[in-house]
Design a protein around this ligand. Structure first.
Ligand code: AMP
Length: 459
């Protein structure tokens, strides 16, 4: 996970990057950063915390220049070391070279080993730093060939935005695991993880960066080259972006996420209808599938749980007495709506099963008589090696329990999941998705994980 943005040829480059990161906040809440270049000096601000906490008026003012890149970080292994906050910046051939990365590389061990043997020393524990080392090592003088040569050595998931002097470079791996789109604002261009970042600043959406494309934005001139062998690679867009991760007001992978989620709900209703008094969602992630589910069956849609949007970070450590405090402060059931009712609850996915179990308990306490749960994707049985922060197989409840056993664990009257075929049928390009979390079929060889080099994904 992680959100990335790049802005070229605009006098408000850093402010635009800042606003764009706000829209991409859901992609990473752990840290945020922006690097800008004013033709002479490089400026960088990065801090742990939400976008709103990482910058203030003063620090934004200092981010001068017409080119900027930014990053919101979701650490995949919990290391919140300052050094690991992106953009990752170095000086190379007397000009700044910075990168923001979304996705996880899968051949880090091989690359790391080679680089270390050649004398490289590393500042961070991020896979993204490898890319900078490879760029620094290359002797290729031509900018396009330089990036082509280096990025063709990477395997796994990467959507990247670079700042090279005042040139912005964007790239997407050949499978297109993570999204990246191009927009225009005044005489400048923007690259962003999701189109919702463009809407916020009234930028015009131009197109998505193609899988295997490297795009160079030099002021208002755009040129693209392609990664070696991209024609042979099958596309593998991350289906979990559509199910849960991307914002519903974004268009990614050629789809409106809102319509996809509604479609998943409608398909779920066709496969597993319930004659309930009403349908409801677990907010916010289940909202959109719940609309589709209720519309398909002509069921009333009620708001059975209210989400508090003002919680920020909870600093009270959970004690026995305050057990589950952080979840309860976020979601509260409406007793008057639930009392004595037979309900069908729509949730986007079950990962560990622990929050679902807690929500069901709350609904029961609030007076719901019968609780049927419907999940708008298939059971998640395998971890992700391409950038989604799923726990190990041990913690994925569906990896070891049957649907009936999960239903017993979360204490619902019935539980059903959307079928894989049904889920894929909702997407226009249904053969172009990575569904490894549901099938264990990994489209790119997964890391051997010998544990020799413990590199993290950028997120
Ligand atoms: P649980 O019932 O504990 O598995 O939590 C399910 C909720 O957490 C669903 O809304 C999931 O979509 C959401 N979720 C999404 N991604 C993750 C993740 N990487 N790890 C844990 N929970 C996630």
């Amino acid at each position: 996970m992680c959100g990335i943005i790049g802005v070229s040829n605009h006098k408000e480059a850093a402010n635009i990057a800042f606003l764009g990161l706000y829209a991409l906040q859901h992609r990473g809440e752990e840290a945020a950063g922006i690097a800008s270049y004013d033709g002479k000096d490089i400026h960088i601000v990065k801090k742990p915390g939400l976008v709103a906490d990482a910058f203030d008026e003063e620090s934004l003012k200092g981010l001068k220049g017409k080119a900027a890149i930014g990053h919101t970080r979701y650490s995949t292994t919990g290391s919140s070391n300052y050094k690991n906050i992106q953009p990752f910046l170095v000086t190379h051939r007397k000009r700044p070279l910075a990168v923001s990365h979304n996705g996880n590389l899968t051949n880090t061990e091989t690359l790391y080993e080679k680089l270390e043997e050649d004398g490289a020393i590393f500042q961070t524990s991020m896979d993204s730093e490898l890319i900078i080392h490879l760029l620094a090592k290359s002797r290729n003088g031509d900018m396009k060939k330089w990036f082509q040569e280096v990025l063709s050595q990477l395997k796994g998931a990467f959507s990247l935005v670079f700042l090279v002097g005042d040139i912005i470079v964007g790239a997407r791996d050949c499978q297109g695991f993570r999204p990246l789109c191009l927009g225009k604002i005044d005489d400048g261009y923007i690259l962003a993880s999701e189109s919702c970042a463009l809407d916020l600043i009234h930028a015009e959406f131009i197109r998505e960066i193609e899988p295997g494309e490297i795009i160079f934005i030099d002021k208002n001139k755009i040129e693209s080259v392609y990664l070696a062998g991209r024609e042979k690679e099958k596309k593998a867009y991350c289906i979990f972006e559509n199910v849960y991760f991307a914002r519903p007001d974004s268009n990614i992978f050629g789809e409106s996420i809102y319509q996809v989620r509604k479609g998943l709900g409608a398909q779920l209703a066709k496969e597993h209808p319930v004659k309930a008094d009403f349908a409801m969602s677990i907010p916010d992630s289940g909202n959109y599938a719940a609309v589709g589910y209720a519309q398909e069956l002509g069921l009333p849609l009620e708001v059975g749980i209210i989400r508090n949007h003002y919680i920020g970070r909870t600093f009270i450590q959970p004690s026995q007495f305050l057990r589950d405090f952080s979840v309860r402060v976020k979601l509260n059931p409406i007793k008057s709506a639930l009392k004595g009712k037979k309900i069908v609850v729509i949730e986007d996915s079950i990962v560990r099963g622990t929050t679902s179990r807690g929500r069901v308990e709350d609904l029961r306490k609030a007076g719901a008589k019968e609780i049927h749960m419907r999940i708008s994707c298939p059971p998640i049985i395998s971890p992700c090696f391409y950038g989604i922060d799923f726990p190990s197989k041990k913690e994925l409840i569906a990896a070891s329990k049957s649907v009936k056993e999960i239903a017993d664990f979360i204490k619902v009257d019935s539980l059903e999941y959307l079928s894989l075929k049904g889920m894929l049928s909702v997407m226009t390009e249904h053969g172009s998705y990575c569904d490894a979390c549901y099938t264990g079929n990994y489209p790119v060889e997964i890391p051997k994980n010998t544990g020799k080099y413990l590199l993290e994904g950028a997120g």
